[in-house]
Write a protein that binds this ligand. Sequence first.
Ligand SMILES: [Zn+2]
Length: 75
Amino acid sequence: MTICPECEKEYEPIDIAFLVGFGAEAWMNEQHITGLCSDKCFDEHISGSRPEYTYDERGRRFENGVRKPFADPPR
Ligand SMILES: [Zn+2]
């Protein structure tokens, strides 16, 4: 198990090596690289809150209702 450095929740990290070639999403790579559990925690940890984005219950990032795997640089 891993502790997310932003929300401090314990979660099971995704085995990205297993998922490569199976359509792994960008947030999985962000999680693997940073140890952050979700897009939401990634944004808050890296660039502060991003009011232009919304997040679903799994913390996946959306902009205007469209899935957004990568955040734009902060303004
Ligand atoms: Zn988190």
